[in-house]
Design a binder for this molecule. Structure first.
Ligand SMILES: Nc1nc2c(ncn2[C@@H]2O[C@H](COP(=O)(O)OP(=O)(O)OP(=O)(O)O)[C@@H](O)[C@H]2O)c(=O)[nH]1
Ligand SMILES: [Mg+2]
Length: 445
């Protein structure tokens, strides 16, 4: 997320840090560059101006010119201001029963997908969720939500397949009734996308909004909309009282400025970020994390969370123990590769780290690139048990057999074995040095 902005910003800071002693002119120059970066990232002019003024005031107040590490100091000040601008995260806690959430937004913003993501999110928390779609304008829209809800065990879809002629008001009433009858915790209502704000469908939205009287009205905004997103948000807030925002398509190289301006302009908290098309691709909005990303500091928190979801505590301990003992088999290698691709692939994982470009090269040289993972797993699967436990017996004819069996070439098999040797060598070295714990303490951690 926010790749181009963050690489630009981190470049500016890099320059500052290299300078050692900063003059006020250095700081001014850097702030001018930051301002351009903000504007290019679609932050509104008003917000960018205010941001720079605040940072400058703070920076001068702190006497950065004399401070020990001025570059770092400026980074910190900018970071703090970004966090402030993004606004504190506020969770949706289902404070009343049933809690009613209505999703509104422009056509294609991601409302229906987000409805599914939220349903899954709350179902995982043992909440009973009812869903309904008031989108009678697009024939397949109700079906789309029905299919999504079918993928989330436990959720209840309020509309029956026979009811194709209901009006949005009737659907709303039906959904409320179902929610009560099922004694559900949460009702999620999807609405039709508006093409323009002054669409006739807007009146319909206002009417059903009144009827439902939701506890939470969430505006779903595609972050790729750029500057327009801000106007859309303003207009929507004028018609129905928006209480929270969910930004979608945040995973790509989005121009993150929308996230920065949104809170300031609407006064509404950003609740979640949509980071992909799958139902699990939703993240809590965490201003610290987003600010860190914006400044190219990587996203260690997301990385750790992802790892925790995919590796159990026990697996982690086992892996660490093996590493300690210098044990690493081809099966271990294959299982690591499988886990990586389950977590979204090497590329998406590395994106969360600073300097991800260089790391990607290193991972690639170790056989962990998205292009080669499937191939390497196939190669390992074509080995016998004996071969997997002792790579030294892999002579020419065995390698040829493995290449044939996995639909690869002998060169590719050779490459993988070499990579395996490299990792095994590293594990052995760790063992020699007294294990992982020793190594860590040597590194001062
Ligand atoms: N990459 C990415 N795609 C998303 C995200 N959220 C939704 N999409 C995709 O965006 C497209 C539109 O999503 P929908 O959920 O149908 O959007 P909508 O707002 O309900 O659209 P209408 O009902 O037509 O107004 C689909 O292809 C989704 O898979 C996201 O966070 N990231
Ligand atoms: Mg929809």
């Amino acid at each position: 997320m926010f790749d181009s902005f963050s690489s630009r910003i981190s470049g500016i800071f890099e320059k500052l840090r290299r300078k050692g002693i900063l003059t006020e002119a250095d700081v001014d120059a850097a702030l001018r560059e930051i301002r351009i970066a903000l504007l290019e990232a679609d932050v509104s002019l008003e917000v960018a101006k205010k941001f720079i003024a605040n940072v400058k005031e703070k920076a001068i107040g702190q006497d950065i010119v004399k401070s020990v590490s001025p570059g770092q100091m400026v980074t910190k000040i900018v970071y703090d201001h970004l966090v402030e601008l993004l606004g504190a995260s506020e969770e949706i806690n289902l404070s009343t029963k049933p809690y009613k959430i209505m999703l509104v937004g422009l056509q294609g913003a991601g409302k229906t997908t987000t409805a599914g993501k939220l349903a899954k999110f709350f179902t995982k928390k043992e909440k009973k969720v009812v869903m309904a779609s008031m989108d009678i304008h697009r024939p397949a829209a109700i079906e789309q939500l029905r299919v999504l809800s079918g993928k989330i065990p436990g959720t209840i879809f309020a509309q029956s397949e026979e009811d194709t002629k209901l009006t949005p008001d009737e659907i709303a009433r039906l959904a409320l009734k179902t929610t009560e009858r099922e004694n559900a915790d949460l009702l999620i209502l999807d609405t039709a996308g508006r093409l323009h704000i002054d669409d006739v469908k807007m009146d319909e939205l206002v009417r059903t909004h009144k009827l439902i009287n939701p506890n939470e009205t969430i505006l779903v905004v595609d972050i790729m909309t750029g500057q327009d997103a801000i106007n859309i948000a303003k207009k929507f807030s004028e018609s129905v009282k928006v209480s929270g925002i969910i930004l979608t398509r945040v995973e790509g190289d989005a121009r993150g400025g929308v996230a920065l301006s949104m809170r300031y302009i609407t006064g509404c908290p950003i609740r979640f970020l949509g980071v992909g098309e799958r139902l699990d691709d939703i993240e809590f909005f965490d201003p610290d994390r987003v600010a860190g990303k914006l400044l190219g500091m990587g996203d260690i928190v997301s990385l750790v969370e992802k790892a925790q979801e995919n590796f159990s505590q026990q697996e982690m301990e086992e892996a660490a123990k093996k590493m300690q003992e210098g044990i690493f088999t081809f099966d271990d290698m294959a299982s690591q590769m499988e886990k990586m691709s389950k977590m979204g692939g090497v590329r998406s994982l590395l994106k969360m780290l600073p300097q991800s470009g260089q790391l990607e090269d290193i991972m690639e040289s170790q056989g962990f690139s998205d292009k080669t993972v499937d191939r390497n797993i196939a190669i390992i699967r074509s080995m016998t048990k004996k071969e997997k436990n002792n790579y030294k017996i892999l002579n020419g004819s065995r390698r040829k057999r493995i290449a044939n069996g996995s639909g690869t070439t002998v060169q590719e098999v050779n490459k993988l074995i070499k990579q395996y040797e490299g990792t095994l060598g590293m594990f052995k070295k760790i063992k020699k040095m007294g294990g992982l714990g020793k190594l860590m303490s040597m590194m001062g951690k």
